[in-house]
Design a protein around this ligand. Sequence first.
Ligand code: HEC
Length: 289
Amino acid sequence: MKFQHFPRIGLALSLALAAAGVSAVAPDWSKTPSKKITIFYPGVSPIEWMVTGSEHGGARAMKKGETCASCHDAEAADMGKKMVTGQKLEPTVIKGKAGSIPVMVQAANDGTNLYLRFTWKQPAGGAEKMDKDNAVKLAFMLEDNKVERANLSGCWETCHVDARTMPEGKDDKKTKYVTGGSLASGKYYDLLQWTSKGTKHDGYVADKRVMDGGKALVDAKGEQKNGEWVVTFTRKLTGGEGDIALAAGKTYNFGFAIHDDYTHGRFHQVSLGYTLGIDAKADINATKQ
Ligand code: HEC
């Protein structure tokens, strides 16, 4: 009599575990190819600056469809140095801040989940802490080829001159946004973030930034060992509102950022725009394992 409830408990438990994504098995990272992407300190370089020909040398070529990465991928470290030293586009120089960070990025999928892994060496820091709770935060964004120009400029479509912490940002509630963005039109970026204090966020950027409420993120974990950070995300291929549905054979626009050394707001290191493929040829291919 007593024991007849056990199978049910077992079933309930395994369903709960599956729902929580515990059944997800991370890929063998030692066998997964990695791509080095150098993220850099962007200073004050909103999309408005990028597309103004009198300011930015790349503006005209972007109109013809050239990507940021096609011009800048190999020189990201040199670019970061210019901004971090205040030589260009940065009125508030932070002493000791790294101009760039080379990050190894790996991706895989298992038909149910996307797995992403970021590995980098902790640069020197020591500036005044803006976000005392978090030594490091890592966020990535995905976009489904609907936001105009996102295939060229990656996350820059969400970076605007009037956002909070920008010198001209008068409203400290104004976060990232996509011009003309909305969930209904599909013009939004999916946004996922891991923080070193142990929180994870599953949100999106449309007409404004929303940090939580998504249903796709299963887990985000990170640790530092011997001065090296390893951060991994497990994300369901499909989710709910604000979660871009990922399908095999397709590619998505992808970019990521690290808030290094207790920074917040715009004081992060960012990547140019790249493509992420689900079993499809792209800058980073999440192949099935
Ligand atoms: C056709 C090539 C080309 C494209 C495409 C391009 N740029 Fe540039 N970019 C340049 C050149 C040339 C400069 C240096 C002269 C200047 O400031 O205009 C520059 C300057 C910059 C700078 C200032 C730092 C520096 O090294 O002078 C940043 C930041 C930057 N670009 C980022 C981007 C981003 C982000 C995109 C995409 C949204 C982009 N660029 C697209 C050519 C390009």
